[in-house]
Design a protein around this ligand. Structure first.
Ligand SMILES: [Zn+2]
Ligand SMILES: [Zn+2]
Length: 56
């Protein structure tokens, strides 16, 4: 289940490849600058390499 980090709504019908919340337009994912894996916006650390996730 994917939840929007900004408006907190569950994104029902989420499909692979969506990058933004259909309700508020917030970005759902960021790319880890260290290993280029896709991270969820709400994560504080990259689970792939253990480095802190970028914060805007
Ligand atoms: Zn949203
Ligand atoms: Zn990483």
């Amino acid at each position: 289940m994917v939840k929007c980090p900004k408006c907190g709504r569950e994104i029902k019908g989420y499909e692979e490849g969506w990058e933004c919340c259909p309700y508020c337009g917030a970005r759902l994912f960021v790319d880890c600058p260290y290993c280029d894996q896709q991270l969820e916006e709400a994560w504080s650390y990259c689970p792939y390499c253990g480095k802190p996730a970028p914060k805007e």
